[in-house]
Design a protein around this ligand. Structure first.
Ligand SMILES: [Zn+2]
Ligand SMILES: [Zn+2]
Length: 144
């Protein structure tokens, strides 16, 4: 799995992507881009509001959308949640229906594009495996 953001200074990263490096943006980049991770805007808000008590959820959301536009993160939707992923390499996910854990997987190589979308300009493709993670399975959770 790619880990290209490691050791990169968040300030320099924003500047090389043509973004103004405001203290809030640098802090959000610091949370997200040091290692591959999955976060919801709410997760980022909770962490950020400790350091920046006046920051709004909207600012967080707009910053994440900006990062997505700059190619620093990917966005996907799972079980009604919006998740931002700082692993931008092509990959699949496993999602635990009980505890909400999301795990990166190597992408299942679907060589053949389904014929219904051959005339599309496909930008990305990813697969989500749903089930119970080992901890939930061991705890005897009944799959929902
Ligand atoms: Zn679980
Ligand atoms: Zn991921």
């Amino acid at each position: 799995m790619e880990n290209r953001h490691e050791f990169i200074d968040p300030y320099a990263l924003l500047r090389t992507h043509g973004m103004r490096a405001t203290p809030q943006r640098v802090a959000i980049a610091g949370i997200l881009l040091r290692r591959p991770m999955h976060v919801t805007p709410q997760d980022v808000y909770e962490t950020m509001s400790k350091r920046f008590p006046s920051i709004s959820q909207n600012t967080i959301y707009l910053t994440l959308a900006h990062f997505e536009e700059a190619g620093l993160v990917h966005r996907f939707h799972i079980s009604g949640r919006t998740v931002f992923d700082s692993n931008t390499a092509r990959h699949d996910h496993a999602y635990c229906r009980h505890c909400g854990k999301v795990v990166d997987l190597p992408s299942s190589d679907i060589e053949k594009i389904p014929k219904q979308i051959t005339s599309w300009k496909v930008k990305s493709e990813s697969r989500i495996w749903f089930g119970l993670c080992p901890a939930c399975k061991k705890a005897g959770v009944i799959p929902g």
